[in-house]
Design a protein around this ligand. Structure first.
Ligand code: ATP
Length: 201
């Protein structure tokens, strides 16, 4: 399977770019979706999180309150470590399973931790979705309703923009509108179809 890794900082447009690849018939494996699947109500991981942080970390319907959890871990490095030790192996195993099961010409593997999390090993290409930091902050604030200070703190905790760009085999500039994003995705799609075909020969 020809795997194209796709990454970018918070609010850079990974989901928007991924949706464009999906429209072209490409299977998406999303590390964030997998991360939600492993903590669905009834999962052993969610029970462990509730036991550790208390039931206040759950919403009324039993789902994980991701915003509350985000506040807890970004203010406490030890709690973040504890959570990652629980979730990363589960996410890794489920991601590998989904990549194996994919059946389009190539597969997009989207992950915010593609470069710093050492997940490049899965990937033949690395696409970085890039926007200036101020645009990351304002788009994230208007999407999530988080205040600027929290978004800036999350941004500062992520891999440096220049390091991320240096790891890219392909860069999507998402500082323009969605049409400009879609055009870049269509161009990359043609390249990846070609590369996947060559690889299969
Ligand atoms: P996260 O890392 O937080 O999951 P992300 O990289 O997946 O974020 P998106 O959710 O795709 O980012 O984009 C962030 C916000 O910016 C969303 O509200 C999205 O609709 C908006 N957005 C993305 N691309 C564009 C664009 N080209 N023009 C305008 N708005 C955009």
């Amino acid at each position: 399977m020809f795997v194209v890794g796709l990454t970018g900082g918070i609010g850079s447009g990974k989901t928007a770019a991924t949706n464009a690849f999906k429209q072209l018939g490409i299977t998406i494996v999303d590390a964030d979706v997998v991360a939600r699947e492993v903590v669905e109500p009834g999962s052993p991981a969610l029970a462990k999180i509730a036991a550790h942080f208390g039931d206040a970390i759950l919403l009324a319907d039993g789902q994980l309150d991701r915003a509350a959890l985000r506040e807890r871990i970004f203010n406490n490095a030890d709690e973040k470590k504890w959570l990652e030790a629980l979730l990363h192996p589960l996410i890794h195993a489920e991601t590998a399973r989904q990549l194996k099961a994919a059946n389009s010409a190539y597969v997009i593997y989207v992950s915010p931790l593609l470069i710093d999390g050492g997940q490049q090993q899965f990937c033949q290409r690395i696409v970085v979705v890039d926007v200036p930091e101020e645009q990351q902050i304002t788009r994230t604030m208007s999407r999530d309703g988080n205040d600027r200070a929290l978004v800036e703190k999350i941004l500062a905790s992520q891999i440096n923009r220049q390091i991320r760009l240096a790891a890219a085999s392909d860069i999507i500039d998402n500082s323009g509108d969605l049409n400009q994003l879609n055009t870049q995705v269509e161009q990359l799609h043609l390249q990846f179809l070609q590369l996947a075909k060559q690889e299969a020969q």
